[in-house]
Design a protein around this ligand. Structure first.
Ligand code: HEC
Length: 88
């Protein structure tokens, strides 16, 4: 997992600099540039809606394949910080 995160950090140095902890890993799946990708981009979304989705994934109230497990790795405060950053 560490190598995975490191590879993503190296792939996105411009984001890694200002990103809250864990946020740059999101970009490995949610591309900030490709709007036609299978996994939707989060750029341009409403930050509160992204944080709410993370909360629902974390609490098992939203169907998921991977996001439930990912979301459980973050607290509510961390999710909000990531959400605010990733929608920019
Ligand atoms: C391993 C790939 C992967 C990573 C890393 C990842 N996601 Fe996801 N994300 C998905 C998939 C796949 C879905 C669709 C739901 C599911 O199957 O779990 C999704 C769905 C979402 C959604 C709901 C989007 C919608 O329109 O319904 C949000 C919000 C989200 N992710 C936020 C994040 C955030 C924030 C991070 C970083 C902490 C993150 N994701 C990291 C794969 C990923």
């Amino acid at each position: 997992m560490r190598a995975f995160a490191l590879a993503l950090l190296m792939a996105a140095p411009a984001y890694a600099q200002e990103a809250p902890a864990g946020a740059s890993t999101c970009l490995g799946c949610h591309s900030p540039v490709r709007s036609d990708a299978a996994i939707p981009t989060l750029r341009g979304r409403d930050a509160a809606a992204v944080a709410a989705a993370m909360r629902e994934f974390r609490e098992g109230r939203r169907p998921a394949t991977v996001m439930d497990r990912l979301a459980r790795g973050f607290t509510e405060e961390e999710s909000q910080a990531i959400a605010a950053w990733i929608v920019r």
